[in-house]
Structures are given as structure tokens and as C-alpha cells.
Design a protein around this ligand. Structure first.
Ligand code: AOS
Ligand code: ZN
Ligand code: ZN
Ligand code: ZN
Length: 388
């Protein structure tokens, strides 16, 4: 059995970052549903992230999306976050939501459009300087819809050029995380479609360029934990965008569709040393809560990551190594399954009591009356950005 004190310490140290866009109204291409009490600006999104942190104790930062979270003074927003007990996390540029980007952003055949996209990415590094954010989180919608539409090779060259310019602009403590996605919005080729493409660009750039794994961005059946183990072993796993999916990029609550997959991913993290702060793996959520209330959904998501992490920490590593080295297939598998099948809720309740928070964060939030207060105070909440 893993040492209980060490397990509790590891759980206390794990940080899960929530995304600003998960607090705003969202939907699908068919309908953006409005909810009561949603934040009207970046300051109120920070407030909601702070609420999630207050009830969970392990979500002390919020990722921003520019321009959805544009403010006059980013240092002031950072100070507001500090005042609420959290910090500003990854900065996510947006180079997909303007007419100019019809044929792509940094891979666009038109040099003027590429220049515009690059200028926005560089502006986002300026914002990181003001907010104190360490991570620039890059996702490109770039790609093509039809065979022959553009040169796959030329687009890779353009991508390299832009990434190099951004990388060279980063300060010493800043990183670039390059997210991949199999398809959507491009349906024929995507310029960063998979971890291998992202990894190759990161290796070209340098050690502060790392791969971002969004769990919803793979073909069905992809073994995500293998990707995670490989990247971590090569010191190129920058972090996650956690969510769950039944079909494609569904952006549902992490751990809802397949908690066993989340456990397998977290097992590779734990066994590979990915919880050590020095390895810098960022645990971020990238979700949309279209039909469910947002703050409780984010609390639930944080708890789901924490539960999977707790189970992974319970893996008896010595017994596992023994079984592996003896070629004991069933024994090794049993060690892993024993951990997965453990009910970790009592352990997590104990952890929360130690941390001075309610052992049942969802019930505590529902009892708190916080939502009634938001509903009364906030009218005319903003859309997260999509389909608005
Ligand atoms: C898009 O599919 C990606 O998951 C992005 O990471 C993200 O949803 C978007 O950039 C919001 O910031
Ligand atoms: Zn993502
Ligand atoms: Zn996505
Ligand atoms: Zn997604």
C-alpha cells in the first residue's frame, strides 16, 4: 500500500486550473443557452474561479482567453485575482474567430494574415508579462477542407516560422504549450493534428516548448495514456486540457464519460513523476457547461480529477514493479485494478477536513446560497465566446 501521509500530501499539492470560458454562457452551433447569474466580464469570471477554489481547495488559478477576457489593465486583473485568493494561469490566444482567418492564421497563404496572427500571439506574451502567467497555450484551428486546397508542406513551414518568433519572445520563466487536435474546424487536414506533430515542433523550438494534451482531441480508441507516458518520459508533457467525450470534442465534464481512462492517464502521471512540481505538468480543464449549472459542474470536475489522482496514488508501485519484473501479467494488472476499485471518497473527505474545507464541496456550495446571490446581482451575463 502506498504511504497514506505521502498520498495526502500529493493530493494537497496538486493544482487544477479552471478555464474562464467555462463560466460564461455556451452552447453548440445550434444554440447558445443563457443561464442566470453568469459572469459579465473577466473580473466576474475570476470571482467564479475563486469560488471553485474556495470550495475545493485545489483550483487556485484560472486560464484566460484573449480577446474574450480583454481588460484595460491586466496587472489590475491579476491583483483582483490575488485579492480573491487565486492567480491568473495560462493565456489562450484566439486566432480563429475573425473573417481574416478563413484559410488559417499562422499557416494562412496570405503573409498579411500570418503577420496579423503573429502580432496577436506576441501581444498575448505581453499580457503574460503583465499577469505573471507562465504558460502560453496555443491552439490553431488551421487546416484545409479539400485535397489540393493548399500545400501541406508549405503550411508546416509557415507554422514553424511563427512558432519560432513567439518562442524567441518568451521570457525565461515562460513556456509555450502546443495543443493538437485531430480535426474541426478543418475537416481534411489540420496543421497540428496529433501529438507527434506537436512534439516535432516543440523539439525544434527548445525545452520550453511542450505538448498540450486535450483529452477530447483524439480519434476514438486512441490510447491517450501511452501518449502521456511517452511525452512525460521525454520531458515534453506541458499539461492537459481535461474534459470528457463520447464522440469528438464534446467538452463535457472530465471523468464523466470514462473515469477509468482518466485513472489510467493519472496513473501514468503518478508513476512517471508527473505530479512533481519540477516537472511542470499543468492540469487544466477545457470544458463547456451548456445545460448544467456552471460553478457546481466545475467543482464536480475538479473533484473528478482529484479522485482519479487519489486512486492512481494508491497504486502499490513496489508490488507493481515486482509483478512486472516477474512477468506476472495478472498480478500486475490486479495491482492497478485494486487501486482503481478503491473508494477514495473517505480519504478525500479527510484531506478536505485537514485543509479546513467542507468534506462535500458540492453540497456545501448548494447550501451556501451563493448562487442566489449571483442570480440577484448579475443580469445580462456574457457568452463565453462561441456562437455568440
Ligand atoms: C479547441 O478545440 C481547443 O480545445 C482549445 O483549447 C480551446 O477550446 C479554445 O481555444 C478555448 O480557449
Ligand atoms: Zn483545449
Ligand atoms: Zn477542444
Ligand atoms: Zn475539447
Amino acid at each position: 500500500m502506498a504511504d497514506r501521509t505521502a498520498v495526502l500530501a500529493a493530493l494537497r499539492a496538486q493544482h487544477i486550473e479552471t478555464p474562464s470560458w467555462a463560466y460564461g454562457n455556451s452552447g453548440t452551433r445550434f444554440k447558445v443557452f443563457t443561464q442566470e447569474g453568469v459572469p459579465r466580464n473577466a473580473y466576474e469570471k475570476v470571482d467564479d474561479a475563486a469560488t471553485v477554489h474556495r470550495f475545493t481547495g485545489v483550483a487556485p488559478s484560472v486560464a484566460l482567453h484573449i480577446p474574450w477576457d480583454t481588460v484595460q489593465d491586466y496587472a489590475d486583473l491579476a491583483a483582483h485575482a490575488t485579492g480573491q485568493g487565486i492567480s491568473l494561469g495560462a493565456i489562450n490566444p484566439n486566432v480563429f474567430q475573425e473573417d481574416d482567418y478563413r484559410l488559417g492564421s499562422v499557416c494562412n497563404p496570405d503573409p498579411a494574415v500570418r503577420q496579423k496572427a503573429l502580432a496577436h500571439l506576441l501581444e498575448c506574451v505581453d499580457i503574460m508579462d503583465a499577469t505573471g502567467s507562465a504558460d502560453l497555450s496555443l491552439w490553431f484551428a488551421d487546416g484545409t477542407n479539400y485535397p489540393g486546397q493548399d500545400s501541406i508542406r508549405a503550411r508546416q513551414e509557415r507554422l514553424s516560422e511563427a512558432l519560432r518568433a513567439v518562442y524567441d519572445r518568451l521570457g525565461g520563466n515562460q513556456r509555450m504549450l502546443l495543443e493538437y487536435k485531430l480535426f474541426e474546424p478543418s475537416f481534411y487536414t489540420t496543421d497540428v493534428p496529433d501529438w507527434g506533430t506537436s512534439y516535432a515542433h516543440c523539439v525544434d523550438l527548445g525545452s520550453r516548448a511542450q505538448v498540450l494534451v486535450d483529452t477530447g482531441h483524439h480519434a476514438p480508441g486512441t490510447n491517450i495514456e501511452f501518449i502521456v507516458a511517452f511525452l512525460l518520459h521525454r520531458a515534453r508533457l506541458g499539461g492537459f486540457h481535461f474534459n470528457s467525450r463520447f464522440y469528438a470534442d464534446d467538452d463535457l465534464m472530465v471523468g464523466a464519460a470514462d473515469p477509468f481512462q482518466l485513472f489510467r492517464i493519472m496513473s501514468e502521471i503518478v508513476l512517471g513523476g508527473g505530479l512533481e512540481p519540477a516537472n511542470g505538468v499543468a492540469f487544466m480543464l477545457d470544458q463547456c457547461h451548456n445545460i448544467e449549472p456552471k460553478i457546481p459542474a466545475l467543482i464536480r470536475s475538479v473533484l473528478n480529477v482529484q479522485e482519479a489522482t487519489a486512486k492512481a496514488l494508491l497504486i502499490d508501485a513496489d508490488a507493481l514493479h515486482r509483478a512486472q519484473s516477474e512477468g506476472d501479467v495478472l498480478g500486475a494488472n490486479a495491482v492497478v485494478m485494486d487501486a482503481f476499485n478503491t473508494d477514495v471518497r473517505p480519504l478525500l473527505a479527510e484531506l478536505r477536513e485537514d485543509m479546513g474545507i467542507d468534506p462535500d464541496p458540492i453540497a456545501a456550495y448548494n447550501r451556501s446560497g451563493h448562487f442566489d446571490k449571483l442570480r440577484a446581482e448579475r443580469t445580462g451575463g456574457a457568452a463565453a465566446g462561441w456562437g455568440a
